[in-house]
Ligand binder design. Structure first.
Ligand code: ASP
Ligand code: MG
Length: 599
């Protein structure tokens, strides 16, 4: 028998009418022959109200008591939902996180799931009941109630879907699905029919945060087919699946992180161990770092920049100063009022010219690019916050994401065979298998370390820091039909900036010809290249929601005494350029660090 998990967010259970409407969907699903597990969030603004209630009493509520309080929101919802389901004539049982046996660590208000028991849910389902599970909560070893962090019900839903091997996990929400960008910024934004986990992860910061990114990490790790659907209509929503669809549009969406701050460490010694020192400082303070950019050093000095949430800036600066003191060299600068704009699309892996088009659109609108970093399916730029909305609009327009044509391309996806027909015995074996790995269920998973020895690096330094510079370079390169891989632009100094990127080594000559021609237009621009590089990438799940990946990656390279020339990062990969001669050794060191077997 097939099993589905349906999750209803706060707005979808805000009043009695909505609870009954949700219950009707649940009961319908059961009548269609599915076993149904429902996960609900607190109603409406309940969680915010509870937080406000605590604030009226104290400015520093005890985290344990905060969780005790917050968990009541979901408890109210499950009880009402169970009553509604019964009212419609079906069997239902509501369960709190503790009653299910969702065991978490003891980090109150941001706990991570460690184990989930399935016996009670299975027994209730076999008895014909619909199980109504409280989202967002669990219990630690000592039976203290914990919560998973804001938006955590999505994580409960995907985690339950994972351990129960659900055939689908449906996330009901007040929007029609995942959009090409935030419709509040771009009214022409279009609903995406299907996309891959990786694209969804890269887009996780999109709009109003359609889903908790930790929940997508779960779904990816345990291959849970996810569907984000509207609770107010019969819309099909957006299906999120393991692989990108064939013929998918090159660009799937445009994401914006409005509130971000930039921290730069400059005049650093360009030698092994430096990046490791810096990222250890950040990891110790559990600062989640985004968008790391290190450009090729010059004159024996290196420079790294990264972004952090605005609220972490002060602490990050303290950590950065500490790192500089430890290193005995370097300077710390920072920039505020910046925003990160990204284009995401699985098709970028095989299409040239995406960067040129993105940078071109920004140049036409006279928007300057502060920093650039890329992954194989994403290009992110930092812009002034006042220009962020315009940047999103222009890029969305530039890639015609609002047009039906783009939507029509997204066809031809096949639902992977589900476990619907697996026997009870093999199902429980599968369950055991997942459960046995659950102890570390939310641990970071580094799935792969890649070594790419087929690329060469091109750097153009002393470029004018003004709109159109990057566009001119990448347009020229794209017109030559060359695939650009890793692009890095660090912050500018005194009106000048550097841009580095990698291209297939076989295309280096062609690329240099093209780049030289463009660079000739700028006085003082200087072109250098390195044929003998290797690019290492650490790929995985949870890279961003965990703080230690940079620390471990750069720590491993430091241990092997390998200097890092260039870095860039995304939600799903951290890449570094090193000397080609060190490629093998670095690969081995990283495989060992992350407990992976050499291929
Ligand atoms: N009620 C919690 C919150 O508002 C959890 C959730 O909605 O997912 O953050
Ligand atoms: Mg929510």
């Amino acid at each position: 028998m097939s099993l589905i998990v349906q999750k209803f967010g706060g707005t979808s259970v805000a009043d009695a009418g909505k609870v009954l409407a949700a219950a009707r969907r649940v009961v319908d699903a059961q009548r269609q022959g599915h076993q149904v597990v429902v996960v609900v969030s607190a109603r409406g603004r309940k969680t915010d109200e509870l937080i406000a209630a605590a604030a009226e009493i104290t400015r520093h509520p005890e985290p344990r008591e905060m969780d005790m309080l917050l968990a009541t929101g979901e408890q109210e919802s499950v009880a009402l939902m169970a009553m509604a389901v019964r009212e419609l004539g079906a069997e239902a049982i509501s369960l709190t996180g503790a009653q299910i046996g969702i065991v978490t660590d003891s980090s109150h208000t941001k706990a991570r799931i460690q184990t989930i028991s399935t016996e009670r849910i299975r027994a209730a389902l076999s008895g014909g009941a619909i199980v109504i599970a409280a989202g967002f909560q669990g219990v630690d070893d000592a039976f203290n109630i914990t919560t998973l962090g804001r938006g955590g019900s999505d994580t409960t839903a995907t985690a339950l879907a994972a351990v129960l091997r659900a055939d689908e996990c449906e996330i009901y929400t007040d929007v029609d699905g995942v959009f090409t960008t935030d419709p509040r910024i771009v009214p022409q934004a279009r609903k995406i029919d299907r996309l891959s986990y990786d694209e969804m992860l890269e887009l996780a910061s999109l709009g109003a945060g359609v889903m908790h990114s930790r929940s997508i990490e779960f779904a990816k790790k345990y291959h849970v087919p996810l569907r984000v659907r509207p609770s107010g209509s019969d819309g099909e929503g957006t299906l999120i699946t393991p692989t990108a669809i064939e013929q998918a549009p090159v660009v799937t969406g445009v994401a914006l992180v409005r509130q971000t701050a930039r921290v730069t460490l400059s005049e650093l010694p360009d030698r092994p161990g430096v990046m490791s020192r810096i990222f250890s400082q950040m990891a110790e303070r559990k600062i989640a770092i985004d968008m790391v950019v290190q450009d090729v050093g010059s004159g024996g000095l290196a420079e790294v920049s990264f972004t952090v949430p605005d609220e972490d800036l002060a602490e990050t600066l303290t950590a950065a100063e500490q790192a500089v003191t430890d290193l005995g060299a370097g300077r710390v600068h920072h920039g505020t009022n910046v925003s990160k704009v990204s284009v995401v699309g699985a098709g970028m892996r095989t299409h040239t010219g995406v960067a040129a088009q993105m940078f071109g659109a920004l140049a036409d609108a006279e928007i300057n690019i502060g920093m650039v970093t890329t992954s194989d399916i994403k290009i992110s730029v930092l812009v002034e916050r006042t220009e962020a909305d315009a940047a999103v609009r222009i890029i969305h327009d530039g890639f015609s994401l609002g047009s039906e044509h783009a939507a029509a391309l997204a066809v031809g996806w096949d639902h992977p065979a589900s476990g619907a027909d697996s026997s009870a015995a093999s199902r429980s074996e599968l369950e055991q298998d997942v459960v046995s790995r659950l102890a570390a269920m939310e641990d970071i998973v580094v799935s792969e370390v890649e070594l790419d020895t087929d690329q060469a690096r091109v750097t153009i330094s002393n470029l004018p820091d003004r709109p159109g510079t990057a566009a001119a370079i990448f347009t020229a390169v794209a017109e030559g039909g060359l695939m650009v891989d890793m692009i890095v632009q660090n912050v500018s100094h005194s009106g000048q900036t550097n841009l580095s990127f990698t291209v297939p080594r076989d295309d280096l000559e062609a690329c240099l010809l093209l780049a030289r021609e463009v660079a000739a237009d700028w006085d003082g621009a200087n072109l250098t290249f390195d044929r003998e590089i290797a690019k290492l990438s650490v790929l995985g799940i949870g890279l961003r929601s965990h703080t230690g990946v940079g620390k471990r990656t750069f720590g491993a390279l430091a241990e092997a005494n390998i200097n890092i020339q260039m870095i860039n990062t995304s939600e799903i990969r951290t890449s570094a350029v090193i000397a080609a001669a060190h490629g093998r050794a670095a690969l081995e060191q990283l495989l060992q660090t992350f407990g992976l077997n050499p291929a």
